[in-house]
Design a protein around this ligand. Structure first.
Ligand code: AQP
Length: 333
């Protein structure tokens, strides 16, 4: 069955291995499946929900686009654009924010995590982030959304908003209720410094993550310093589950090698970490160096990147503006 796919990445800098394995690499696989229509968005409006430096933001929009292209996204096959170029996202988001309920948003765990203790000081944008995300998805009649485990709750909210809009305005099936596409294995890459914390762009320590633009020496030294324990490598999955750092590194190795965890366990169980870490560094360099090299080359040509985004935005706008016009009619404008 052909799928309509929408997904996005925030241009908040420090794109890392988690973004690559958990998102971008899947985007490429979905694009290359026959008949899928894919829309991939650099969600720059979302990025504004936390403080951004305007100069860095512009650079990061281009860098994220370069990462998409370098990883194998093809702007002729998929629609690739940045969100702020298509005004319907903001407009649709307003219409939907009048449908979404405070009680629903109050339950969103990501807001609680990101706002931290001082939620009075969090931006209103951060609070209504999931409504903008719902608009992104619903404007394109998306059928499937590839999301990390962390975004599942936001997608459920998007489904609730779609259903309530259809019900409130007696417009059955007008907004299409999308399904999540969640990769079962290795959908969450953890910090190299703490196997219980997600690898994240905003972690103050660069040693917590492998960045997509890290050179070979950085990869080797980050893996060498990655937190481990003093025992030999685990023999089986039960043991692995109790050792989060080992589980994470094994997960990264298996995922990059496209093999299941059992094969990695058979390959390395009983050996010591340093031997495994050498192999893991080699594999990371083999898989990521071509991507980071291509990213560097693409980033030399800002005009090319801007043209890709502009062309994508025109194609996206043709779909989204029509949908938002229909929404406006339905609500009575
Ligand atoms: N550690 C991760 N493992 C697997 N997938 C991940 N993603 C992010 N971190 C991991 C997936 O990458 C996509 C884009 O994420 P995003 O940039 O839009 O926002 P995010 O999830 O907030 O990314 P970060 O790195 O965690 O940023 P900060 O530090 O700002 O919070 C999403 O599909 C996400 O699931």
């Amino acid at each position: 069955m052909s799928k309509k796919i929408f997904s996005g990445v925030q241009p908040t800098g420090n794109l890392h291995l988690g973004n690559y394995i958990g998102a971008i690499r899947n985007f490429v696989d979905l694009q290359n499946e026959d008949q899928n229509e894919c829309i991939y968005c650099v969600v720059d409006l979302h990025a504004l929900t936390t403080k951004q430096d305007p100069v860095a933001l512009k650079k990061n929009i281009r860098e994220t686009t370069a990462a998409f292209l370098a990883s194998g996204l093809d702007y002729k096959k998929s629609i690739i654009f940045n969100q702020s170029l298509v005004k319907s996202h903001s407009e649709g988001s307003w219409l939907l924010s009048c449908v979404a309920r405070m009680g629903w948003l109050n339950r969103m765990t990501q807001f609680k995590e990101k706002a931290g203790k001082d939620k009075e000081k969090a931006s209103v944008g951060l609070y209504i982030y999931p409504v903008l995300m719902a608009a992104d998805i619903l404007l394109y009649d998306t059928t499937h959304v590839p999301v990390g485990e962390d975004q599942k709750q936001h997608l459920e909210l998007c489904r609730d908003i779609a259903q309530k809009f259809n019900l409130d305005f007696k417009a059955p099936n007008f907004l299409r209720v999308p399904e999540p596409l969640i990769k079962k294995n290795f959908s969450r890459i953890m910090s190299l410094k703490d196997g219980t914390k997600k690898m994240s762009k905003s972690d103050p320590s660069d040693f917590s993550r492998i960045n997509l633009n890290d050179d070979k020496d950085s990869i080797v030294s980050k893996i060498k310093k990655a937190k481990t324990d003093n025992h030999p490598l685990p023999e089986n999955q039960e043991e692995l589950k109790k050792r989060p750092e080992a589980e994470n590194l094994f997960g990264i190795y298996s995922s990059l090698n496209n093999q299941d965890l059992t094969k990695t366990l058979n390959e390395f169980s009983g050996r010591n970490f340093s031997e495994f870490k050498n192999k893991l560094s080699d594999l990371l360099i083999e898989k990521l160096s071509p991507v980071s090299q291509k990213m560097k080359n693409i980033q030399k040509d800002s005009k090319y990147i801007d043209d890709v985004l502009k062309e994508g935005a025109e194609r996206a706008n043709a779909i989204a503006s029509k949908k938002v016009d229909e929404m406006k009619k339905i609500v009575g404008f």
